[in-house]
Design a protein around this ligand. Structure first.
Ligand SMILES: NC(=O)c1ccc[n+]([C@@H]2O[C@H](COP(=O)([O-])OP(=O)(O)OC[C@H]3O[C@@H](n4cnc5c(N)ncnc54)[C@H](O)[C@@H]3O)[C@@H](O)[C@H]2O)c1
Length: 313
């Protein structure tokens, strides 16, 4: 029988917890016993998550502010400490998309996405790390990557870069915070939310999901798309004592699937005494490196879904 996960006495912050995955993380952490600071820029959405938690008997408080700058990160940690007495878990989930191909991407679209994801994760984690080191009894940081960051994705210069950077944060902070017994892991979630519902291949499923039907098994397994609650279990595990030895990892979770990502490794090596000239590289490329050149971009198996019903005009 597996051990019961109990987060009683713990205090968590979840950014972007007003809807989607963040809301599921906050609700699941609270259901396991943690008090939760619910952050979002949308006040109504944050209040709704707080209501859901408290009506189920949990403890939660809302902090309505955009993550990105240090002041907001400090306010989140202060809210955890002032309201619930301490901080144990930080989940940096808040996110936005502003897609566009490189040659059409505006500075504003780049800055908003990197400020929210990359700078938001950095500032919140720094504030949490300071608090964890002061408390002296460990802590948990769960940061959020994406398949786009792991593989690259068409039209997502800003998002893919931010998400790849966030996984690099986890590897770096796992080293820096090991002595303080703070674990740092990146999760790579995939779930049906307002973000995924706009992806054209899933259009045939929108009406069924809105009617409360379960996602087809093929979608839950081949594409690892489930509901946000499916991904929340990993966050609860990473917040718990049971994951004390898990750090520096990038872990995929969605639908019926859980996976562990490799970190980048050298897949081909060649040596030439005295170094490599461009001519030598050209001469040797086809035998040394070409057989191992890497696939890039997200590649998913085709789904056998019904054609989308034509929308009434
Ligand atoms: N849905 C997926 O399949 C998927 C896949 C990979 C990664 N992710 C990541 O998971 C996270 C949550 O995604 P989701 O699908 O639930 O998105 P969502 O759009 O449903 O929810 C994101 C929430 O973040 C809030 N938010 C936006 N900017 C904010 C800011 N500056 N400060 C505080 N809150 C802010 C929004 O108001 C919203 O409530 C994101 O980091 C996203 O990139 C999601």
């Amino acid at each position: 029988m597996s051990a019961h996960i109990d987060l009683n006495g713990k205090v968590s912050i979840v950014t972007g917890a007003g809807r989607g995955l963040g809301q599921a993380y906050a609700v699941a952490l609270a259901a396991a016993g943690s008090a939760v600071v619910v952050n979002d820029i949308d006040a109504d959405a944050a209040a709704e998550t707080v209501r859901t938690v408290t009506e189920a008997g949990g403890r939660a408080v809302a902090v309505v502010a955009p993550v990105g700058e240090a002041e907001v990160a400090d306010a989140l940690v202060a809210s955890a400490v002032d309201t619930f007495g301490r901080l144990d878990v930080l989940v940096t989930n808040a996110g936005v998309l502003r897609d566009g191909v490189l040659w059409k991407m505006s500075d504003d679209a780049f800055d908003l996405v990197t400020r929210t994801h990359l700078r938001g994760t950095f500032t919140c984690a720094r504030a949490a790390a300071i608090r964890f080191r002061e408390q002296g009894d460990g802590g948990r940081i769960v940061v959020v990557g994406s398949p786009a960051g792991q593989h690259g994705n068409f039209g997502q210069t800003n998002y893919a870069a931010a998400k790849a950077g966030i996984v690099a944060f986890a590897r770096t902070w796992a080293m820096e915070l090991a002595r303080a017994q703070v674990t740092v892991n990146a999760i790579i979630p995939t779930a049906w939310t307002q973000m995924t519902a706009t992806i054209p291949i899933y259009a045939p499923l929108v009406d069924a999901v809105e009617a409360g039907e379960a996602l087809p098994r093929q979608v839950r397994q081949a594409h690892a798309i489930g509901m946000p609650e499916d991904s929340a279990s990993l966050v609860v595990f990473l917040a718990a004592d049971a994951s004390a030895e898990v750090t520096g990892q990038a872990i995929g979770i969605g639908g019926d699937k859980m996976s562990l990502y490799s970190h980048p490794v050298e897949v081909a090596t060649a040596f030439h005494e005295g170094g490599w000239s461009p001519e030598l590289i050209a001469e040797n490329w086809s035998t040394t490196m070409a057989p191992m050149t890497q696939q890039y971009g997200i590649s998913l198996p085709e789904l056998d879904l019904p054609d989308p019903a034509p929308k009434a005009s």
